[in-house]
Design a protein around this ligand. Structure first.
Ligand code: NDP
Length: 447
């Protein structure tokens, strides 16, 4: 049965447009996507598959030719989604506001870079439009004095030194509530799905969770001596930083790659993994105070680690501009230009990823352990969408989180991470849209 209801289009604060349109149920999604890199290309193609929710899309990025190429691809495949493209500089709130006013989306999906989180959130606030992203804000210039002073204060107070933390985005809570809009933060795989796994484990398997180990294993091989699977700048900043974990209500910081474990991952095999700081630990530590310890491990091969150490030693991972032949260049940005584009790794990457969470806790007075994970095959992703599994495992949850906000199931004014909603519809959509998960009630634990 079709039900008819009113949809009031979003209105900017200047009150320029108020249009009331009729829409059939399940026919309500007008989405503005910002960014058209590896993750965005998967998210957009998955939105096109979910065209009951996403009926219209504007693909906007710095390099509009990438948006045009994807629009052509989808149109040649016969997508029913009405697609337009636009150029936008998401570092400039006014430019994003202008585009939102022109396009009048129901939500904005930010799959550009974490540097643009706050400018896009400001634009969404001004235009009263829901906001969704996949990664925690961090500044591009970590030497900027005002930011640096706040960062150093936070390092002392909180005890971890990563460049990103949730304080900048959580600060929008009241403003988003007043505006009646939802901000869904970090709906990629990790963070994103991993946090939903925690909420799901708590809802269905545990009375109390005591420890969580988040394991991110990429068993894929792209054949290059060195390449990153997502934006090199963001990736290398993350993995070259100090590690840290959450224990008994506070952070314990480690040197980069100081804690190493081996784990035999289902469908992938035995891998070395290293403890990293990761953003979902901060949100989970706050939202699940019963959890005594939360750690995050990622697998790395020796070649990756050797190259990274060498690049770091010669200063190529620095974010501080240097003068080169009369102009300023940022070493890590120059390195990015030399490395393979992550979006181009699809055809050459073989193998599987295994990402999930291992829990220890209590159910009905007895100790219980559990592993929830997804296995994703690089070549299957390439066959389906032309991408490798890292972009795929991030882009699918980006679409799912956006769909849940747009359809009203995860609509809640304020700013939230994915562990703060009912996990069930998200878990169902993971199965439906290509990331099926496994529950193992007798896992090998990480010591
Ligand atoms: P890419 O570098 O491949 O793509 C970034 C895109 O954003 C590019 O299209 C780029 O444009 C565009 N862009 C950059 N700056 C601007 C700007 N100022 N204005 C407009 N567009 C801009 O990155 P990925 O696709 O690998 O990563 C996308 C996001 O996903 C990142 O935030 C990353 O941290 C996150 N991520 C999250 C994961 C998770 O599991 N939660 C895992 C992996 C990634 P141009 O083409 O001109 O360069």
């Amino acid at each position: 049965m079709l039900r008819i209801f009113f949809r009031k289009k979003k209105t900017c604060l200047d009150n320029s447009v108020i249009s009331i349109v009729f829409a059939k149920e399940n026919k309500m999604g007008r989405l503005l996507v910002i960014g058209c890199g590896g993750v965005a290309q998967v998210a957009i193609q998955k939105c096109a598959q979910n065209n009951k929710v996403f009926t219209e899309m504007c693909l906007a990025s710095r390099t509009v030719s990438k948006c045009d190429a994807l629009k052509d691809k989808l149109e040649k495949q016969g997508t029913p989604v009405k697609i337009t493209t636009a150029t936008v500089n998401a570092d400039d709130t006014a430019d994003v506001v202008k585009l939102i006013k022109e396009y009048q989306p129901d939500a904005v999906l930010n799959v550009a870079l974490p540097y643009q989180d706050l400018t896009i959130m400001d634009a969404c606030l001004e235009c009263k439009v829901d906001y969704i992203d996949t990664a925690n804000y961090e500044p591009e210039d970590t030497d900027e004095p005002v930011w640096r002073a706040a960062y150093e204060k936070r390092c002392k107070e909180k005890g971890f030194t990563a460049y990103f933390d949730y304080s900048y985005q959580w600060a929008y809570m009241d403003k988003f509530k007043e505006a009646g809009i939802t901000g869904l933060l970090g709906t990629g795989f990790d963070p994103g799905v991993t946090s939903v796994f925690v909420a799901y484990a708590k809802k269905h398997y545990f009375d109390e969770i005591h420890t969580v180990d988040i394991l991110d294993c990429n068993g894929g091989d792209h054949g290059y001596a060195f390449a990153t699977n997502f934006n090199p700048e963001i990736n290398l900043r993350e993995v070259s930083a100090n590690g840290s974990y959450w224990e008994d209500g506070h952070w314990v910081e480690t040197k980069p790659m100081e804690i190493k474990r081996e784990y035999n991952f289902p469908q992938v095999g035995l891998k070395d993994m290293y403890l990293l700081h990761h953003e979902e630990i901060e949100a989970l530590g706050r939202n699940f105070p019963e959890i005594k310890r939360i750690r995050f491990f990622m697998t790395f091969g020796q070649s990756y680690l050797d190259h990274m150490r060498c690049l770091e030693d010669v200063g190529m991972l620095s974010t501080t501009p240097i003068k080169f032949e009369g102009r300023d260049i940022v070493p890590i940005q120059f390195l990015k230009a030399l490395l393979p584009d992550p979006a181009s790794l699809g055809p050459r990457t073989v193998g599987k990823t295994n990402i999930g969470c291992i829990f220890r806790g209590i159910k009905d007075g007895k100790e219980k352990t559990l592993f929830i994970y997804n296995v994703c095959d690089h070549q299957e992703c390439y066959k389906e969408l032309g991408s490798q599994a890292i972009s795929y495992t991030t882009g699918v949850p980006a679409m799912i989180g956006t769909a849940l906000v747009l359809s009203g199931k995860w609509k809640k004014p304020g700013v939230y991470t994915t562990d703060e909603f009912d996990p069930d519809p998200y878990m169902e959509m993971l199965n439906e849209f290509g990331l099926p998960w496994v529950v193992d009630e007798n896992p090998v634990m990480v010591d």
